[in-house]
Design a protein around this ligand. Structure first.
Ligand code: PEP
Ligand code: MN
Length: 300
């Protein structure tokens, strides 16, 4: 790794790639994130009803998703907007897991809710607005559940890695990083998707990195292109918002894909994912060579 990156990210020593240290693979319910298969997480922004969640769960599973997303506790721009179903939403997520076998990722927003959310979720999401909430990060880390850490909308890559370090320092090695767009002067999109940030993360950290094209784009038309760019940049997976009827969604409808749109996107992504998987297989032999060399050194 470039020497200046060691200096730049010195506050996050445990998340940095090191010689002879393998990449972190986060395993949940038989799904390996950061392993040799690309993983798609998909589902509604908010859990709204049993019908909405179940219909979406079955649909995203048949299109190839392996993890179901859905918010039960929602960070909203307005205090008057829908704030999520809370415990009721968590119960619906758990029954969707039981019925479909999909692992569940859902956001936890408050330290005091960590035990409740950890009881139902397979992966705890720390949202953009809470990326630097250290007491929440510590509590989430101590739950023992894997953490999906979303990049703050005004956070640098260094800030993101420092927050990951907080989780690792609290005895939880299972962190997945997520690029979801950052704020720039551009206003035509909800956020600016930082593809270079993904490429950089893949060079500096052993943690899995996924892309969220939905919150970056803010509109569903741009989601397939950003998904492709995320894969090309080296992401290990995607997290995508999908809703049975986006026009009626209680949150983030404009950026949510409908079922036909999501199914079509997944089919179109196949060659991109195949390229990603092939690239990983190419990298593996060189890793094997690394091991051989260290063995040769040890016996010399
Ligand atoms: C979400 O995943 O619905 C969400 C609120 O994401 P972010 O924290 O990236 O805004
Ligand atoms: Mn959302």
């Amino acid at each position: 790794m470039r020497e200046s990156w060691h200096e730049q990210f010195a506050e996050a020593p445990d998340v940095l790639l090191k010689a002879r240290r393998g990449r972190t693979v986060v395993s949940v319910l038989g799904v390996a994130i950061g392993g040799d298969q690309f993983v798609v997480m998909a589902g509604p922004c908010s859990v709204e009803s049993e019908h909405q969640l179940m219909a979406t769960a079955y649909k995203v599973r048949s299109a190839g998703a392996r993890v179901l997303r859905g918010g039960a506790f929602k960070p909203r721009s307005s205090p008057y907007s829908f704030q999520g179903l809370g415990r009721e939403g968590l119960k619906l997520l758990a029954s969707a897991r039981n019925e479909t076998g999909l692992a569940i990722v859902t956001e936890v927003m408050a330290e005091e809710d960590v035990p409740l959310v950890a009881e139902y979720a397979d992966i705890l999401q720390i949202g953009s607005r809470n990326m630097e909430n250290d007491s929440l990060l510590e509590a989430a880390a101590r739950s023992g559940r894997p953490i999906l850490l979303k990049r703050g909308m005004m956070a640098t890559i260094g800030d993101l890695l420092r927050s990951a370090q907080v989780v690792l320092s609290n005895s939880n090695a299972n962190v997945i990083l997520c690029e979801r767009g950052i704020r720039t002067f551009e206003t035509a999109m909800r956020n600016t998707f930082d593809a270079a940030g993904i490429a950089l993360l893949k060079q500096v950290t052993h943690l899995p990195v996924i892309a969220d094209p939905s919150h970056a784009a803010g509109v569903s038309e741009l989601v397939p292109a950003l998904a492709q760019i995320g894969i090309a940049a080296g992401a290990d997976g995607l997290i995508v918002e999908v809703h049975p009827n986006p026009a009626e969604a209680w949150s983030d409808g404009e950026q949510s894909m409908d079922f036909p749109g999501f199914t079509a996107m997944m089919a179109d992504l196949e060659p991109w994912i195949a390229l990603h998987d092939a690239r990983l297989h190419e990298q593996n032999p060189s890793e094997a060579q690394c091991v051989d060399l260290s063995f040769a050194k040890a016996v010399a």
